[in-house]
Design a protein around this ligand. Structure first.
Ligand code: ZN
Length: 153
């Protein structure tokens, strides 16, 4: 890494942190002139693809998760930050756990797990759209514990 001020080619990293998913921000100090500068390293993203129910493949796109979440959270007390947090956490797990392809259903499961803790109404809405219930009894089984919780309020 060359210093942008004096062109000296040795620097040391004084601080390093993830600035966003797939990017690392590094604060560097030139060992020649001692000036500091910042670099952003972008991790090359593997072309992760999502396997849809019909077997077709589409590129993984975090914005698709956002669209689903925003629909489910419509008029619910869920903040943009909470939605963003769910998306970031799901995205991280997707990239850690899967190499090239991930079934869309698995992404749904990752979202369910997080949404359940945030807002149960939004969770049920999301589940009713994305999770395939074999029959109505499965759906009711899933709902029952939550409805009991609601009654207690
Ligand atoms: Zn320098």
């Amino acid at each position: 890494m060359q210093c942008p001020f004096c062109r000296f080619d040795e620097t040391k990293v004084v601080d390093s942190r993830a600035s966003q998913p797939h990017a690392i921000r590094r604060r560097r100090e030139c060992l020649g002139c001692k000036r500091r500068f910042t670099t952003y390293e972008k991790i090359e993203e593997s072309p992760l693809r999502v396997i849809k129910k019909d077997g077709s493949r589409v590129p993984f796109d975090r914005e698709r998760i956002r669209v689903g979440l925003e629909k489910a959270c419509y008029k619910r007390p869920v903040s943009d930050e909470q939605i963003e947090g769910i998306i970031n956490s799901v995205e991280q797990e997707v990239y850690q756990g899967f190499d090239r392809e991930i079934p869309s259903r698995d992404i749904g499961e990752l979202v369910f797990g997080r949404l359940r803790d945030v807002d149960q109404v939004a969770f049920v809405r999301f589940a009713s759209v994305y999770r395939e219930f074999k029959d109505v009894n499965d759906f009711v089984e899933e709902l029952e514990p939550m409805l009991r919780d609601v009654d207690r309020d």
